[in-house]
Design a protein around this ligand. Sequence first.
Ligand SMILES: [Zn+2]
Length: 213
Amino acid sequence: MSQSAMQEITCPKCGKKHPFTVWDSINTMEHPEMKEKVRNDEAFRYRCPDCGATSLLNYNFLYHQQEDKILIFVDADGSSPKGMEEILSRRGNAFDSYLKRIVLSYNEFKEKLLILDAGLDDRIVEIIKSSIWDNVDEKYKDKHIDEIYFATNEDGEHGFLFRKEGKMIASMEFDMSLYNAIKEAAQARIDVLSRGDLIINREWAKNIVTRMG
Ligand SMILES: [Zn+2]
């Protein structure tokens, strides 16, 4: 079920108040238009009808892509995943066969969608990204890269983008043969070791690589 509510938003520029639809939960089968709106930020971007100023609202919601059995809780500012972890961990309900995730920012959410849209296993993508991070830390410290994100370009090619203070400074092709090799060699063990893990990010990847030895 989708749930949304109108909220009064105060424009950060002119101070006038206008209503905006804020979602508690989004079901893409009930509201197919939301599938695109979360991908292009329209679901979070408030535009003031008076002065035209735009701002990205930070709010938490549950994203339910029912047709693909995907459930993602978006903890927009990364502040409160604990309660949701407990709820999503419950078994014996309609979501048992779902892919369940918690993401700690909009950026992580959109990256997760790109990975899933590409038909890739996010756990393996994070493991690859973690090794790229190790390499960056070791050899390119002077570049001050603070974010690495999986991305897909207009031609449908996948890669990683390297960003510094929000600006893209480099990119790298996605190595599909490496992905397939890791998938073949480790996916079954990852399944066993990470069953029930909800937050799949860099920290998770470092941890699982240690656990796999
Ligand atoms: Zn305004």
